[in-house]
Design a protein around this ligand. Structure first.
Ligand code: NAD
Length: 260
């Protein structure tokens, strides 16, 4: 990694896992571009980072839009002089509904944010990592689509999360010659505001019931994990301590994905 301070881009940094990751990386001395759609939230995160003595740049962009993403990445590179770490985290649950009820525009929206958004995040940033002589990428996937297929009606979401892990494995090989590592984290239920971006219809037609003593996260007695639990793994994966890890999905789910 370069001798100047490391620079990271975190997408969806205004809340949840992205926010926790941005704050954790900044606390470790990394300068962070906090990218998202909601400027007010991003400014709060940037203020929290500077209050802790770190440096952040607010980048307002929709990850599914090419031009705003290019502009945001250019702004980050000119402000901080390079780019070393990419956390492709922005995502939505979208609409969860039976396949014959899910509307094509609803399918398109989930694919646009979660999959095209991941593509554009990497497409616009990888040239800077190559120029740098290396870097680390973490994509935030999910247990859904990787070891869980029982979430009611989540076909579009599951398809994007499986595709993200496929991208990670494909790119780990493509980018190894550039000293760029590419990994995924696959969280289970985490206590964030993602449910505000979820619309669930006709669950009775798609639900796959699973019985367990309490809740669905075995290691916590049913409680969801915290954003920091995921951020901690991302912090490790982008650090030099993980220098021999690439193309690997890491499940951060308290065993939930093994259960359902
Ligand atoms: P969240 O809703 O708190 O965070 C998602 C962030 O992405 C928000 O700040 C939102 O504004 C931003 N965002 C959404 N669409 C965007 C777009 N088009 N362009 C730019 N920013 C956009 O939820 P979270 O749980 O922190 O989600 C982060 C990631 O974690 C997602 O990819 C999600 O699929 C994944 N995940 C979450 C859970 C969970 O239980 N919370 C489980 C598995 C995977």
């Amino acid at each position: 990694m370069a001798s100047r301070s490391s620079v990271a881009l975190v997408t969806g940094a205004g809340s949840g896992i992205g926010r926790a990751t941005a704050c954790m990386l900044a606390a470790n001395g990394t300068k962070v571009g906090v990218l998202g759609r909601t400027r007010l939230e991003l400014e709060e995160v940037a203020a929290e980072i500077s209050a802790q003595g770190g440096e952040a740049l607010v980048l307002e962009a929709d990850v599914s839009e090419e031009i705003p993403m290019r502009k945001a990445v250019d702004a980050l590179v000119s402000a901080f002089g390079g780019l070393d770490i990419i956390v492709a985290n922005a995502g939505i649950n979208g609409v969860w509904a039976p396949i014959d009820d899910l509307q094509p525009f609803e399918w398109d929206e989930t694919i646009a944010v979660n999959l095209r958004g991941t593509f554009l995040t990497l497409h616009t940033t990888v040239p800077h990592l190559k120029q740098n002589g290396g870097g680390a990428i973490v994509v935030v996937s999910s247990i859904n689509g990787t070891r869980t297929f029982t979430t009611p009606g989540a076909t579009a979401y599951t398809a994007t999360k499986a595709a993200q892990v496929a991208m990670v494995q494909q790119l780990a090989l493509e980018l190894a010659r550039h000293q760029i590592r590419v990994n995924a984290v696959c969280p289970g239920e985490i206590d964030t505001s993602i449910s505000e971006n979820t619309s669930l219809r006709r669950e009775e037609e798609t639900a796959i019931p699973v019985d367990w003593p309490v809740g669905q996260v075995p290691i916590t007695g049913g409680k969801p994990g915290r954003s920091q639990d995921v951020a901690e793994v991302i912090r490790f994966l982008v650090s030099d301590e993980a220098r021999h890890i690439t193309g690997s999905p890491v499940w951060v789910d308290g065993g939930q994905g093994l259960l359902r």
